[in-house]
Design a protein around this ligand. Structure first.
Ligand code: ZN
Length: 313
């Protein structure tokens, strides 16, 4: 029998995040490459290009937000819009574990006038939410209305409004003709509280003059290369390099808990009508099959728990 705590999937990649300070501590810089992780997710969900681009941008931002956390502190990003993707969800933690999915992976829209994937139309109007779980009870939740649905601008707005941190954000995904991910990653530059006033304009120009993140990664740039390319003149000092892993926390045990939560009656119906239960993880698409015998076992456990409860009364 499978180990109950076994994580269903764990895919190691060459992806990582770097964190640096620059301009004598007035600027914080984060850069990441998430090509391997986004490619893995796109294949697992058989995603179509505009969905892959939207998820990849969100995953890059989430991985960088995660890298700002300590250890197992978790960040969840939710982008909920009225476009056909409906919802994008990405989780990341301070140990480099990331996962994510879009509600509707099979979205197809005409390209923009510039010949680009129309992420903005796929996302639509709505909100960006960032939920930080520091393991201290109630998670902290901040959100902003979406500015454009292009995701990078939406994160810049989140940092400015919800965290009072002026930030430049660049995110990019390049999807190949076969639907595979050729490049995915991002850059966040933030002004720290004692930064001089002129620095905001300098940073803005630096990001504007930067080639697209996806083309930089596609031609072999590492996260450090991206930081150097963007703010090399401001003498970046690297603090932290965090390898990323695509890891899902789903397990057979969690699926059992979900079946127990259905209750004896629902479970009885399931056994009678289908004779089995098939559960699929929304994040990693791992499938968990419970046959009739296993479902009856779970049913017995519910019955035992209920009789224990009634005896205690
Ligand atoms: Zn999973």
């Amino acid at each position: 029998m499978a180990n109950c705590n076994q994580q269903s999937i764990e895919v190691n990649t060459k992806d990582y995040v770097v964190q640096a300070t620059a301009a004598n501590g007035q600027v914080r810089a984060l850069a990441t490459v998430v090509t391997g992780i986004v490619d893995e997710i796109a294949r697992r969900h058989q995603m179509w290009p505009v969905a892959t681009a939207a998820l990849g941008r969100t995953m890059a931002a989430a991985a960088m937000l995660g890298a700002m956390q300590k250890g197992t502190e978790k960040v969840t990003v939710q982008i909920i819009g009225d476009g056909p993707l409906e919802q994008i969800t990405a989780d990341a933690d301070g140990e480099g574990n990331v996962r994510g999915y879009v509600q509707n992976p099979h979205v197809d829209l005409p390209l923009t006038e510039q010949g680009k994937l129309n992420v903005s139309a796929a996302v639509g109007k709505g909100h960006l939410w960032v939920i930080r779980d520091l393991g201290l009870g109630e998670p902290y939740r901040g959100g902003v209305p979406l500015v454009s649905g292009e995701i990078a601008e939406d994160f810049a707005s989140y940092f400015a409004q919800s965290e009072q941190t002026p930030s430049a954000v660049a995110l990019g995904v390049l999807v190949g003709v076969d639907g595979g991910v050729k490049a995915a990653g991002g850059l966040i530059l933030q002004l720290l509280p004692d930064a001089s006033e002129g620095l905001a304009i300098i940073l803005e120009h630096m990001v504007r003059d930067l080639p697209s993140i996806s083309s930089l990664i596609d031609t072999g740039s590492t996260p450090e290369d991206i930081v150097e390319r963007a703010i090399g003149d401001l003498q970046p000092k690297y603090l932290h390099r965090l390898p990323l892993c695509f890891r899902c926390t789903c397990s057979r045990e969690r699926c059992e808990s979900a079946l127990i939560a259905l209750g004896a009656e629902e479970l009885e119906g399931l056994i009678r009508e289908q004779g089995k239960a098939e559960l699929t993880c929304r994040f990693c698409q791992e499938q968990y099959l419970f046959d009739k015998e296993e479902l009856k076992n779970i049913q017995e456990r519910i019955a035992e728990a209920e009789s224990r409860l009634s005896q205690e009364k």
